[in-house]
Design a protein around this ligand. Structure first.
Ligand code: 6PG
Length: 253
């Protein structure tokens, strides 16, 4: 099972079914963790919200719970909704409840975005925290999803955060949802050693095609990946239907 190069900024792994996808994603996570722990003695990862990561967190914290030294793992989040930790929409709650809370990650190594705070203030605080904990070191892994509108993290189309050049974390007003979000920015995501986007389901096939073939990078998710750090797209057969029509040589595993 191996990913293919999609273009110089992106790699892609297309899988036949959910279980192949989750296994591949979990193994990728473990490989990134082992590499970072060997190199730095710790693994800094930023988690995402969304349905696919949930399956990955479940698998990591059950079948693969002994695959990593969890005491060396440091958890952050790449975005958060404007809610507290008990709210069903909380990305923090989702990850912790999906099993990551049962692992031996020390609580002082788990850094959530405080969605219940004023978003501008919450974003500033989180950015300070990143400078304190990481300094100039980039993340070892940033996990992301993609919405049907081509958003990633909480970087929605036509929102101000997309124009951000200097900040690592910002508050982003999302007009169509009438809500604030706290989110990593494109330049900060693109500094990560590894970025991965998980996309499943037939509902996303048009957008996945548009995003990957969009020459002008107009969708937020199109902007992820650089020549130095190509993004990895892990997608299922349903989501990749149009890509496979365009290039039938690409095969699903
Ligand atoms: C969030 C996310 C968001 C998500 C996509 C895909 O907080 O919702 O971080 O960017 O990853 O919307 O979500 P699904 O995998 O559930 O479709």
């Amino acid at each position: 099972m191996k990913e293919q190069l999609f273009d110089p900024r992106r790699k892609i792994f297309i899988c036949n079914n959910e279980s192949v996808m989750v296994d591949f994603a979990v193994n990728h996570f473990i490989a990134c963790a082992k590499h970072a722990i060997k190199k730095y003695g710790s693994f800094f990862v930023a988690l995402s919200g969304g349905s696919t990561p949930k399956l990955i967190y479940r698998k990591l914290s059950s079948d693969y719970r002994n695959a990593i030294d969890w005491k060396k793992v440091v958890l952050f989040w790449s975005d958060e909704r404007s809610v507290g930790i008990d709210h069903p929409d909380s990305n923090y709650k989702m990850a912790i409840d999906s099993g990551l809370g049962n692992l031996s990650i020390p609580s002082h190594q788990i850094f959530r975005m405080e969605g219940e705070k004023n978003a501008l203030h919450g974003a500033e605080e989180y950015e300070k925290l990143l400078y304190q904990k990481l300094g100039k070191r980039p993340f070892d892994l940033i996990m992301l999803g993609m919405g049907e509108d081509g958003h990633t993290a909480s970087l929605f189309p036509d929102t101000t955060a997309l124009g951000e050049k200097d900040r690592r974390v910002v508050a982003n007003w999302v007009e169509k949802l009438q809500t604030w979000r706290i989110t990593f920015t494109i330049p900060w995501i693109n500094q990560a050693e590894n970025t991965v986007l998980y996309v499943i389901g037939t509902k996303k096939k048009e957008r996945l095609y548009d995003v990957l073939y969009d020459k002008s990078d107009s969708y937020p998710a199109s902007k992820i990946g650089t020549l130095m750090h190509p993004a990895l797209w892990i997608v299922d057969k349903e989501a990749s239907e149009l890509l496979l029509k365009e290039d039938p040589i690409r095969k699903a595993s």
